[in-house]
Ligand binder design. Structure first.
Ligand code: ZN
Length: 233
């Protein structure tokens, strides 16, 4: 069920699911009842009790939603969420899932965040936007976990797109293992995190090269796996 899972500081866990958890997305033509059952199994495995993961309606933008508590069941339309209370989930299949944990002043809850950073998100700097919101919410030292995504040796794009994104984030400029233009999105995310003073604790594998992960480039009718962060009760 979990590709990677760890209690990253006392009372705070970060995880990335794999195909064992199944497709977690409601927008890819899967049976909604089965998706909800898988989400419930995941919540049980994470030990959430009565709490639920907050998912978002991801649109490849750079809006950051501040989640106080899950008062409504509606998913916010956003590509990043920040919260001090709510378990958070980001869904991907090749895009970069980023999980962030920020220490707050003593006595205050840690500030957590998830980010969906695909090609448009790297170009529009959704990751730095989330870091700014976390600091506004009281985060001091911030650490990041970069989940599995398509790597720079596999993510073939047109020469035009490579130039367009590399103009914003030079570290994304890459070449595939078969010598055509490519983008290295995790390298771009890493550079953006470092420039914001965020420490990178983990960087996951390549979705296209690993059958235990969903990859849109490998199969257009694929599911989505998740990056997760939650505080323990
Ligand atoms: Zn790869």
């Amino acid at each position: 069920m979990f590709w990677w899972r760890n209690e990253v500081q006392p009372g705070v866990s970060v995880a990335f699911t794999d195909t064992g958890a199944g497709n977690l997305a409601l927008h890819v033509g899967d049976d909604p009842g089965e998706v909800r059952q898988r989400r419930a199994r995941l919540e049980e495995a994470a030990g959430l009790g009565a709490r639920r993961f907050q998912y978002m309606d991801q649109v490849h933008g750079n809006a950051v939603a501040l989640i106080e508590s899950m008062s409504s069941t509606a998913a916010p339309t956003a590509d990043a969420m920040v919260s001090t209370t709510q378990p958070l989930a980001v869904m991907v299949a090749d895009c970069v899932p980023v999980v962030l944990v920020g220490d707050a002043a003593s006595g205050r809850s840690p500030v957590t965040a998830v980010v969906h950073a695909g090609r448009p998100g790297v170009a529009s700097r959704v990751v730095p936007a989330a870091v700014v919101e976390m600091r506004r919410a009281g985060a001091e030292e911030i650490r990041a976990w970069i989940g599995p995504s398509i790597c720079g040796s596999c993510y073939e794009v047109t020469e035009f797109l490579r130039e367009e994104v590399a103009a914003v984030e030079p570290s994304t400029w890459a070449t595939t293992s078969w010598d055509t233009p490519a983008l290295d999105l995790p390298a771009g995310v890493s550079a953006q995190l470092r420039s914001e003073g965020v420490r990178i604790e983990y960087s996951g594998g390549c979705t296209l090269e690993n059958g235990k992960l969903f990859s849109y480039r490998r199969n257009k009718e694929t599911g989505r796996f998740a990056g997760l962060v939650w505080t323990h009760e």
